[in-house]
Design a binder for this molecule. Sequence first.
Ligand SMILES: [Zn+2]
Ligand SMILES: [Zn+2]
Length: 393
Amino acid sequence: MAGPTGAPDRISQCCYQHALTKDAIFCGECGKPLLRCMAYQECGGLVGEDGCCSVCVRPQLFLDKDAVTDVKAGGVLVLPLVFYNASSIARPLFVTDVWVREGDGPRRRIELPWKRLDAGGSNRLTVQTGALERQGRHGIEITFAAATNYFMREERFAFTSSLGLEVEQGGSLVINQTINASGVGSGGDTVYAPIRLETMADSGRKVADTGGKAAELGLQRADNFEASQGIRGYGDGALKGSVVSRGARIVWKGFGDQTPAAGPITTGDSILAIGRGKAVSEGGDNHLQLLAYGADGKLDEQLSQAISRRHIELFIQSGRLCARVTGSAGIKIGDHKHGADDAIALINHGDIINVLPKFPEAVGLQVRMRANHGQIDEITITRVPALPEANSR
Ligand SMILES: [Zn+2]
Ligand SMILES: [Zn+2]
């Protein structure tokens, strides 16, 4: 059984093959950019625009075999849920929040007695519904947020399971679930076997007839929910509710004859390193070499020395552009100074990253993004001051 919405099938096998070639940035067969998981070194996983690695992030949700409805208490349904981490590498998943929604009612946050879900491990959570009507259909939606970590980085996602409950005339309760498969090449909707809760005549209770096993509940990525709750994307400012696509093109401007080609982040660690060290194209290991120039256009050797060889790392994390400072001089964004020991800095539209806080006019990176229907597909990073296109040095 595949993970959420059959995720492992979304990335073509040809891309995995071509990604094995170090420094490969496009698949030689289908031409798609190779977007590697932040933990690629460990998992070998590729991600789509949604940023979710199906090797690292494979939650599964089950309804345990002892689900019961308590008829005496007015038809309350007790759902014993089992969260399972099906990651094939030893990557834990952190379930941070669980919400339950009945019908069109509000989402209710369920208190979690646990958080960490080790690979191959499971945790239980019992959820109780309100009183069910005797007849008719009821919808129950179980949504949860989960995080995966790799060193200092973290990706967060939300998944949801929609259950349709139907009380049959004989009093039996049937749980139906249909997943709208949206993956490319999928064979349409996935229909799971209904879960039947039969009446036990003597006790007046109903128990799930799941053949003595826990029944798997279908999971779907809840991308709208992620954006509206700030689980992914920007939670405030002009880009509130918008999510940077993992495949967003980075467009560089004002870097003179050193301007890198525009494109998504396709490096092995999904990081763009920037600093005084040489660019990859010149035998170094930075994506972009950053040096300071004087007003006369000549290289300022002394000021350039204040820029560390690897000064900033840019990457997309949980649908936001982020920067980690690795340079000793730090950076400044607006009035905030960020040093190498500080948490990852969130980069917003309009921000100017001052590469040398003590000399803010020396080298700046101005970041611009625009959202289209809540998705950011392009990020423009402009050097201020800009270097002349044909820079002579
Ligand atoms: Zn391919
Ligand atoms: Zn991964």
